[in-house]
Ligand binder design. Structure first.
Ligand SMILES: [Zn+2]
Ligand SMILES: [Zn+2]
Length: 84
């Protein structure tokens, strides 16, 4: 279930894309091996910084499971992570 439009923010550290504006500038809630990611969600509103995920062709699914490459969003961030 990929998104029709790109996510609007991305974690500065683990690159997890999100599409909930409320979380922008909040600390990332992802956990890796029990340790919470210490990145923050930074807005990434530039459409050109996103491309359809190559692993799942934008579907958000990979081998019938949630695509790990794009966290199920169907999009991959290709920008440099800095605000313009
Ligand atoms: Zn993170
Ligand atoms: Zn994907």
């Amino acid at each position: 279930m990929g998104l029709a439009t790109p996510p609007i923010a991305i974690c500065t550290r683990c690159k997890t894309p999100i599409s909930n504006a409320i979380l922008i500038n909040d600390r990332c809630g992802k956990r890796f091996d029990g340790v919470r990611c210490n990145g923050v969600y930074r807005s990434a509103l530039n459409y050109a910084d996103w491309k359809k995920c190559a692993a799942c062709a934008g579907s958000g699914l990979h081998a019938k499971k949630r695509c790990e490459e794009c966290q199920g969003t169907g999009w991959q961030y290709i920008g440099d992570g800095t605000a313009r």
